[in-house]
Write a protein that binds this ligand. Structure first.
Ligand code: HEC
Length: 431
């Protein structure tokens, strides 16, 4: 990488005065990389969308003061590529919603911090970017559904996993263009999964904990959609491509599974789901294909205590060609790595996603840059590694225990969730 050149200090007459020379050369370097000219555009583009009031970042990164007082910390989290968060290996597949700094941007931040984090000329002060309040999208939603009552997050410092039911009371079937989850308490809502039920037999789940024995009964009721949408901090809403939409049946109930981070004070949460309806004619339905534990080839799905295990799963050969919109891998805390790809009948490999250091806290829907065609007869494969040893710091069991399938976070899952449209069989819009 090419560093910004330090200007040579040509001050022969003071060369005897080392201290003054050092001072001069430092101040000259400092003029070169400034917040106003070089650092603010990087921060505003890559950090401020999450680090602003009401969003998930724990503090704002907007003004010079916000950034300068955390300069060494920012240098650290950017140099190790912890921020901005992005887990998928960009050399395997690239995405529309990709985040990340270039090595040059990382080096520029480091150089700025090492030079004392100067602000730069007042007249170069940049205007902070503008955002929509309480949204990552620019348009207003068509329907806002809010948890029926606030949930009181206890102050006992333990994680909470709760289920909620929100009736949509939709008078007719709709096609969705986008779904946005809005945490009521962005500091404590850790992640959320939205499912759809049309039986209305799951309404009593509202407010119950994952540890409640009543959960087992609800789990036996088949869901209309097991995975309408999944949210983690910073996961942007997926906008479905033109002419496509996700169907939602009239009078559906949304079932939310929300994970709350531990808190030392009692706090409230009343999260919302924003729905955006299709306004244009929809000729292709967004469908969900889920590869799950039953698709595992090397059964049974048991991760014995003190073992590292790899599972492989595969789909049936595709009956029709499809066009993929996005991919979302899902595991719990024992997960270590995940890889998914398709193999076409001609033997060609279509890379889908590769994550080498799985982090339960940073799960994302990876949206392909363009619809990704997978031909008829192709098979989708996924492989996932789980570490159930004591050396996995995320292991919820001390000492490790045998772990098998379950919704609870102390159990495990292996899912690959694909949003797609059929390549050749458009559906007529119901009107
Ligand atoms: C997708 C949303 C998102 C983006 C984009 C983002 N952050 Fe963060 N950041 C978070 C969240 C959430 C946390 C708190 C959780 C954590 O520390 O992992 C956080 C934590 C941090 C922390 C504290 C880390 C710690 O260990 O306490 C720093 C420093 C930080 N971010 C800097 C940045 C910088 C600099 C950028 C841009 C280069 C950035 N963030 C981009 C969401 C984001």
């Amino acid at each position: 990488m090419k560093r910004i050149k330090k200007k040579a200090v040509k001050c022969g007459w003071i060369s005897g005065n080392g201290l003054l020379l050092l001072f001069l050369s430092l101040s000259l370097q400092a003029q070169e990389v400034t917040f106003n000219e070089h650092i603010a555009p990087i921060i505003h583009k890559n950090c401020t969308p999450c680090h602003r009031p009401g969003e998930v970042g724990p503090f704002s990164l907007i003004t010079y003061q916000d950034v300068a007082k955390r300069a060494p910390f920012i240098q650290h989290v950017t140099s190790i590529r912890y921020m901005p968060p992005w887990k998928a290996d960009p050399s395997f597949q690239t995405y529309q919603n990709e985040r990340g700094l270039t090595q040059q941007e990382i080096d520029l931040i480091a150089q700025w911090v090492e030079n004392g984090a100067p602000q730069g000329k007042a007249e170069a002060t940049p205007t902070p970017p503008t955002f929509q309040e309480n949204s990552q999208l620019l348009q207003a939603p068509d329907l806002v559904l809010t948890m029926q009552k606030p949930f009181s997050i206890p102050n006992d410092g333990t994680e909470e996993f709760r289920y909620f039911s929100i009736p949509t009371e939709l008078p007719e079937d709709v096609f969705l263009k986008a779904i946005e989850f809005r945490p009521g308490n962005p500091q404590l809502v850790h992640h959320s999964r939205i499912m759809v039920d049309t039986s209305h037999l799951i309404r009593a789940i509202d407010g119950i904990s994952e540890t409640d024995p009543a959960l087992a009964r609800f789990q036996t009721i088949p869901l209309a959609d097991e995975f309408l949408y999944g949210w983690v901090p910073g996961n942007l809403p997926v906008m479905y491509p033109a002419g496509t939409g996700k169907p939602l049946k009239k009078n559906s109930d949304l079932i939310l599974n929300i994970h709350y981070a531990p808190s030392s004070v009692v706090a409230q949460d009343q999260s919302s789901v924003h729905l955006y309806f299709a306004k244009e004619p929809i000729d292709r339905e967004v469908k969900t294909m889920t590869l799950r534990e039953t698709d595992i080839i090397n059964q049974p799905f048991v991760i014995p205590a003190n073992e590292v295990k790899i599972f492989y799963m595969r789909s049936e050969p595709l009956a029709h060609p499809i066009e993929l919109i996005s991919v979302l891998p899902h595991m719990h805390t024992l997960g270590k790595s995940f890889r998914a790809f398709a193999i076409t009948p001609a033997g060609e490999v279509v890379p889908l996603v590769k994550i080498d250091d799985w982090d339960f806290n940073w799960q994302s829907t990876y949206v392909f840059k363009e619809l990704l065609t997978v031909p008829e007869g192709a098979v989708i494969y996924a492989e996932a590694t789980y570490d159930n040893t004591a050396s996995n710091p995320a292991n919820p069991h001390v000492p490790p225990r045998d772990v098998t399938y379950g919704w609870n976070t102390t159990h495990e899952m292996m899912n690959l969730i694909l949003y797609y449209v059929e390549a050749e069989h458009p559906v007529a819009q119901e009107k």
